[in-house]
Design a protein around this ligand. Structure first.
Ligand SMILES: [Zn+2]
Length: 245
């Protein structure tokens, strides 16, 4: 029997049989995989904590016919504080939903996982604004997928001398006041433009290291939400739920 070792987070769990689970795990080396975790719903099973959604573990698995099979797991972080706070849980569930959608088996997911870890750890910091963290996370993820908006000058004429910056969803980036006339572009605040440039140029760790005024955050969020939804061709249901409460 050959074992594989990898590190990753449980993004989904489904009950199977009387005491088993089928887990979806996003891993560094194997991408997103299905893992059959046998007996983990039995009382006092040693792997019951590690096989819950949000558990970030070192996994030892072996390959069965259709899925991987759990051998052992060592918890690195269980993010239990997130599971116990309804508001944080909603943000974090949205993050898992997004990484689940953009990762695939046999496509290593080291970088998306790194962004997710910085985002989840930022959420745990009470001084931080979850509404900002979730947008930085989404923007960093679409950037990793290759859908980076053009933010270094006007995407159409190339000028970097822009007084009033517009964002064109059609052109995927900044356009100047002259070029916006023929495009479906919206004016954005200077603070929003600076935040977009910062996040896209920063490393995964540094990207989360700033805050915005409530007014700029509102504008930044509107741009990022629409950009991400259009690129991924999806409405993120859990965020719509957040906007309703
Ligand atoms: Zn232009």
């Amino acid at each position: 029997m050959s074992y594989v070792k990898t590190r990753g987070i449980v993004v989904r769990e489904v009950k199977a049989g009387d005491c088993d689970k089928i887990l979806t795990i996003v891993t560094e080396d194997l991408g997103k995989i299905s893992v059959s975790a046998r007996g983990v719903r039995r009382n006092r099973n040693r792997y019951s904590a590690g096989t819950q959604v949000f558990s970030y573990c070192d996994w030892v698995l072996y390959k069965g016919k259709n899925t991987y099979i759990l051998n052992t797991c060592d918890i690195i972080s269980s993010f239990y504080e997130i599971r116990e706070d309804m508001a944080l849980l909603t943000y974090a569930a949205h993050m898992l939903h997004l990484i689940n959608d953009i990762t695939y088996e046999n496509q290593p997911a080291k970088e998306p996982l790194k962004v997710l870890m910085y985002a989840l750890n930022s959420l745990l910091n009470k001084d931080r604004t979850p509404d900002l963290i979730i947008r930085v996370y989404a923007l960093k993820m679409v950037q990793l997928m290759g859908f980076e908006p053009h933010v270094l000058g006007c995407h159409l004429c190339g000028t970097r001398e822009i007084n009033d910056i517009f964002f064109s969803f059609e052109q995927c980036g900044f356009v100047c006041e002259q070029c916006q006339k023929e495009n479906d572009a919206i004016p954005i605040k200077t603070g929003t433009a600076k935040a977009l440039i910062y996040v896209l140029c920063a490393s995964s760790r540094e990207a989360f290291g700033f805050e915005l005024s409530p007014e700029v955050l509102k504008n930044f969020s509107a741009v990022v939400d629409r950009y991400v939804d259009e690129r991924l061709d999806k409405k993120y249901s859990k965020m719509s739920f957040l906007q309703e409460i």
